[in-house]
Design a protein around this ligand. Structure first.
Ligand code: NAI
Length: 335
């Protein structure tokens, strides 16, 4: 039986890459029905709502959301819709696997790291206080509950996916209480997983080492802000934001999205790379027991990369999104 999922088309390049991904899913015979909604800035101008109530109801019912990027206006008292969705549905685990595709022209050929990012607290609670006109405080909240569940998730992910090591990324040398607690919980939890090697690294050293020796890392777990930054860094190691998928998991709901944003600089030009959203959709298929379908899509994508004839400009090619999608569908049809 087909599974019904909710789809938010986003804005900027969102609608283009959503169409691309749905076309590929359909061509691959993914057993899915879609409830598709327009969300974001354009929607707000039309209706006064960034996300229509019907879209939220649909997600509450279906519990699975494939979400394209949404633009967040900067510094206008407006909380990011992404953060809002993560908090509203307590999507506490953000998993971002970054792996080099040997067919692509990369600076590194040996990157295979997974960022496991806490997704509900830290500076992203958005609590800022104006002390006086020249001083603002921002609250960084770290709790035992959120830290324990994300750290345990990282070890469980490592066990389930045949990974060997989990590295805790922190700044406990400066933030002795908040990151200090996160690190202590990591060290306590690690004892329960003797099969998995555990180590820790200060976030700045981790960034340097990721660029110098990416092969030393496997699964990394960290609070929200470092996860945001470090996972963009890992996308740079594997060829750019256009390639990095993610999922946001809660106890009852799951949201799958590309790591990149709405890329307003290339919106409407038919050159956006839909790979990150497509690989996010594959993570979704894995999670709903449709791994075979996900593998078929990943295989077709790998073949297109290997041939290197039809690539979007971010990957050094000259093809349009439409041509890239057609090429993937051609390979799906040949299988
Ligand atoms: P961005 O990720 O949208 O773009 C950064 C650079 O990467 C741009 O040069 C862009 O053209 C390129 N790029 C991104 N995705 C690409 C793709 N699929 N194919 C080819 N090139 C791609 O980051 P930026 O410009 O900082 O943010 C733009 C907007 O997106 C902001 O309003 C931001 O708040 C929002 N955003 C939304 C996210 C989400 O909805 N999950 C995540 C990150 C940012």
């Amino acid at each position: 039986m087909n599974q019904t999922i909710t789809v938010f088309r986003g804005d900027g390049i969102g609608p283009e890459i959503t169409e691309a991904v749905l076309e590929i899913l359909n061509a691959a015979g993914a057993p899915l029905n879609y409830e598709v909604f327009d969300v974001g800035a354009a929607m707000f101008e039309k209706t006064g709502e960034f996300i229509p109530e019907a879209g939220l109801k649909s997600f509450e019912k279906n519990r699975i959301l494939l979400k394209a990027p949404i633009t967040t206006p900067i510094g206008k008292g407006f909380r990011s819709l992404n953060v809002t969705l993560r908090l509203k549905y307590d999507l506490w685990a953000n998993i971002r696997p970054a792996r080099t595709n040997p067919a692509l022209d990369n600076r590194f050929d040996n990157v295979d790291v997974v960022t496991v990012r806490e997704n509900t607290e830290d500076l992203y609670i958005g609590e800022e206080e104006e002390i006086d006109e020249n001083t603002v405080h921002a609250i960084k909240r770290i709790t035992r509950k959120a830290s324990e569940r994300i750290i345990r998730k990282a070890f469980e992910y490592a066990m389930e996916n045949g990974r060997k090591k989990v590295t805790c990324v922190h700044k406990a040398n400066i933030l002795k209480k908040s990151d200090g607690m996160f690190l202590r919980i990591f060290e306590e939890t690690a004892k329960e997983y003797p099969q998995i090697e555990a180590d820790s690294m200060i976030v700045d050293a981790a960034c340097m080492n990721l660029v110098m020796h990416p092969e030393r890392f496997d699964v990394m777990v960290m609070p929200n802000l470092y996860g945001d930054i470090v996972s963009d860094l890992t996308s740079g190691l594997i060829g750019g934001l256009g390639l990095l998928p993610s999922c946001n998991l809660g106890d009852d709901h799951a949201m799958y999205e590309a790591v990149h944003g709405s890329a307003p600089d290339i919106a409407g030009k038919n050159i956006a790379n839909p790979t990150a959203l497509l690989l996010s959709a594959c993570m979704m298929l894995d999670d709903i027991d449709q791994k075979e379908c996900a593998d078929t899509i990943r295989h077709a994508l790998d073949q297109v990369f290997e041939e290197g004839k039809v690539l979007t400009p971010d990957l050094g090619g000259q093809s349009t999104t439409t041509q890239f999608v057609e090429e993937i569908i051609d390979h799906l049809n040949k299988k």
